[in-house]
Write a protein that binds this ligand. Structure first.
Ligand SMILES: C[S@@+](CC[C@H](N)C(=O)[O-])C[C@H]1O[C@@H](n2cnc3c(N)ncnc32)[C@H](O)[C@@H]1O
Length: 268
């Protein structure tokens, strides 16, 4: 499970090496350099590098907008892994930034990431509501989940969203999503030869996903959908290599394909 944080870290590092990076997170290269791990052996494919960089950029942009409008905000990165989003976003000085992940990942994070004022690590599982105890509830909050939800089952996601709206008074929840997850997506992950897919092999177990972005409102009536955006429609797709750019733009014309990589945002 924790290995997946190394995968997205390395995807950001590879993006930063590209002549025209999408995210341009040079710090991820330094963090990866501090870990004795065969990153190259993951066999990360270009499409995953570009998609990881793009969804991270899109979530960063949402956090930038929210914290600009609420300079006293709290940011919560759910399943933060080794991602140094605070460094990229550079929020206003009074923003507090909480990174929640499993204890082993947080231990690595605390060892490798530079300490920052107003940045806090929260070790714990998001399936256990004690992670909330450390985080102020009354300030405007934006919670992001980048690459997390694929590792929780549907009941755990519903329960997490209820914990969020039960604890925090008001804010936004933004995450990347894969639409309805059918057997083709599951089989593709299981059967692909690259080691990177082995690292994520338990994603989507017990989670069918959903097509209608309003579905989480049914799980939790306090959530109101405010945005559904496909990665395939983002301007940064222009920075993808030609073959991937063409394929991505074409997929963006087919709604069921466009939903396979989307950013969803809800207010509460
Ligand atoms: C694909 S990684 C993404 C990490 C980071 N958001 C990024 O973009 O680099 C998924 C992360 O979710 C974390 N995770 C999975 N299940 C979790 C749980 N129950 N509680 C907390 N974190 C969890 C993993 O440890 C891992 O760091």
């Amino acid at each position: 499970m924790e290995e997946t944080a190394l995968l997205t870290l390395y995807a950001r590092a590879l993006d930063s090496r590209a002549p025209q990076p999408i995210l341009g997170d040079g710090g991820s290269e330094q963090i990866a350099a501090g870990i004795d791990y065969d990153f190259a052996g993951l066999g990360l494919v270009t499409s995953v590098v570009c998609q990881t960089a793009l969804r991270t950029k899109m979530l960063d942009d949402r956090v930038r907008l929210f914290t600009a409008a609420h300079p006293d905000a709290v940011v919560v990165d759910l399943g933060a892994g080794l991602d140094d989003g605070m460094f990229r976003v550079e929020p206003p000085a009074a923003v507090d930034w909480y990174s929640v992940d499993l204890p082993a990942v947080i231990a690595l994070r605390d060892r490798l990431l530079p300490a920052r004022a107003r940045a806090y690590s929260v070790p714990g599982s998001l399936t256990d509501e004690r992670w909330l105890e450390a985080i102020p509830a009354e300030r405007p909050v934006i919670l992001t989940a980048n690459g997390l939800l694929a590792f929780l089952n549907e009941q755990e996601i519903i329960s997490l969203f209820r914990q969020v709206t039960g604890h925090f008074q008001a804010g936004e929840l933004a995450f990347n999503d894969y639409g309805r997850i059918g057997w083709v997506s599951r089989a593709a992950v299981k059967l692909a030869p690259q080691r990177m897919f082995k690292a994520v092999s338990h994603q989507w177990s017990g989670y069918p996903g959903f097509k209608d972005a309003r579905w989480p409102e049914v799980w939790n009536p306090r959530l109101k959908l405010v945005e559904e955006t496909s990665l395939a429609h983002a301007p940064e797709v222009e920075l993808f290599p030609t073959w991937l750019r063409v394929a991505t733009r074409l997929s963006g014309r087919i709604p069921s394909m466009a939903r396979k990589a989307r950013i969803l945002r809800y207010s509460f």
